[in-house]
Write a protein that binds this ligand. Structure first.
Ligand code: HEC
Length: 166
């Protein structure tokens, strides 16, 4: 039949693929999957074990409850030294994400980019980091207030100065 697929069809195919990825990721998180070098921490986070984060928690507790420190370094958050994902100093890196020609998301601001990254991690995968690794269920586990607090914190966050300085 016709040679070129209409754009709509491409979108449908992409949406279907994204759905599949979501299901596979969920299955991977639920059932203890065999250890894989790139995603050592994934199987440690079971969505059923993560309580709803309301946003009333102090910021330190909020991040710890949500499990972000397992995979991310977060300036100012004790124990947040994860190496699976990029360091979350979006005050430094956020603008370059939005400027990346590969970025195809909806966000116009760094703040929106953070929210999008948390609720829809597949929208943009930071180069050099594994896709399908950041959990896809945060939209169900974080209240609007919690997301707001996370975004406010991370949009300001910058690389910590080397320790040991006066
Ligand atoms: C199981 C590991 C894992 C957990 C837990 C996790 N993330 Fe991620 N995250 C990743 C990986 C891997 C990436 C990079 C790939 C991508 O962009 O999807 C990422 C990317 C991000 C980005 C984009 C960063 C950038 O530099 O552009 C943000 C923002 C983010 N995560 C926030 C969070 C927050 C907030 C939490 C907790 C609510 C969290 N993540 C929990 C693995 C994780």
């Amino acid at each position: 039949m016709s040679v070129s697929l209409p754009n709509r069809k491409h979108k449908a195919v992409a949406a279907f693929a994204a759905g599949l990825v979501f299901l596979v990721a969920l299955a991977g998180i639920r059932h203890i999957s065999p250890p894989s070098e790139s995603t050592p921490a994934v199987q440690n986070i079971d969505p059923n074990m993560v309580p709803l984060v309301t946003g009333d928690e102090p910021i330190q507790e909020l991040f710890v409850r949500a499990g972000c420190p397992v995979c991310h370094q977060i300036p100012g958050i004790a124990g947040a030294k994860g190496q699976v994902g990029p360091p979350l100093w979006l005050g430094k890196t956020g603008a370059s994400r939005l400027a990346d020609p590969e970025y195809k998301g909806q966000a116009q601001t760094v703040r929106e980019y953070i929210v999008e990254s948390v609720v829809s991690p597949g929208t943009y995968v930071v180069p050099g980091f594994p896709s399908d690794t950041m959990p896809t269920w945060y939209g169900r586990k974080l209240s609007g207030a919690a997301l707001n607090k996370i975004a406010s914190y991370l949009e300001q966050a910058v690389e910590a100065p080397p320790s040991g300085r006066p």
